[in-house]
Write a protein that binds this ligand. Structure first.
Ligand code: ATP
Length: 259
């Protein structure tokens, strides 16, 4: 895989992105597609042929129990982990093995489990990190504070002193500053109160409406199903079922939903 195969810029604000979205919509070509992904930690294979598609402008929820392989799937999708076989396609182009930083430049942004923020830096300093991509701080702050007004009030506060929900907002704000085409979210709800999770998923829904495609991983599903267009269930390193959120909600076992 060479750089020449990488789409140059797929952010929703870019002309290329709208072309991609349009062609994806007309040809029903997924914006992000995993085909037959196998991946291993050392000699232990944990993904055994994962197939998953994210159509342009949609939210896909990838659900499943602890250890099913959801985070590993995201790691492969964002280029942090190289699959042992299978393909990752971005807007129809093979980007298998392309490094995370190159995929990030093409519009694939990931917000990892644990959020990846710097607790000893202020909100503003954390946002400053997003300017590495060439976006001005003014633009980064404008995008962040428009969507997350609470961050504006707290811009001089150390990130580590924010509530869990606000920290997640900060991580999302930083990721969204570059106007990604695809946003990969890992366990947004982890450690957060149900009301906060609901608020965050409300924001995820708005982000999707503004044109960003989202693949979100969760163990506990109810809230994410409310904003998802498609839901998939992963068990033991394979996507076992893909359906509408309603279908999947009915089919999920009580163990997954904790209910
Ligand atoms: P969780 O909800 O707990 O994050 P998950 O569905 O995201 O679970 P993964 O984190 O992808 O699952 O883990 C899939 C399998 O890979 C598990 O058996 C896990 O123990 C193993 N695994 C994950 N990370 C590593 C690692 N860095 N080294 C070795 N094995 C790992």
């Amino acid at each position: 895989m060479t750089e020449a195969h990488i789409p140059t810029q797929l952010g929703p604000g870019s002309p290329q992105a709208s072309q991609v979205s349009h062609s994806a919509a007309t040809k029903a070509e997924p914006l992000l597609e995993l085909r037959g992904i196998r991946a291993a930690y050392g000699t232990i294979e944990v993904l055994h042929g994962v197939d998953l598609s994210v159509e342009a402008g949609t939210v896909v929820a990838l659900l499943g129990p602890n250890g099913a392989g959801k985070s590993t799937t995201l790691q492969v999708a964002c280029g942090l982990m190289k699959p042992s076989s299978g393909s990752v396609l971005l807007a129809g182009r093979d980007v298998t093995g392309v490094k995370a930083e190159d995929l990030a430049r093409c519009g694939v942004t990931t917000i990892p489990e644990g959020k990846g923020i710097f607790p000893n830096l202020t909100v503003r300093e954390n946002l400053l990190m997003a300017t590495y991509s060439g976006v001005s701080m003014r633009q980064v702050e404008a995008v962040a504070y428009e969507r997350f007004t609470r961050l504006k009030e707290r811009r001089s506060q150390l990130a580590g002193t924010l509530s869990g929900g606000e920290q997640q907002m900060l991580a999302m704000a930083r990721g969204l500053a570059v106007e990604p085409a695809v946003l990969l979210l890992d366990e947004l709800s982890m450690g957060l109160a149900p009301l906060v999770v609901e608020e965050l998923y409300g924001i995820v829904g708005q982000i999707a409406k503004s044109g960003t495609s989202i693949l979100v991983v969760e163990q506990f599903a109810r809230t994410v199903l409310g904003v998802a267009d498609v839901a998939a269930i992963m068990v033991n390193g394979l996507v076992r079922r893909v359906g509408t959120p309603d279908e999947i909600e009915q089919e999920l076992s009580a163990a997954y939903l904790g209910g």
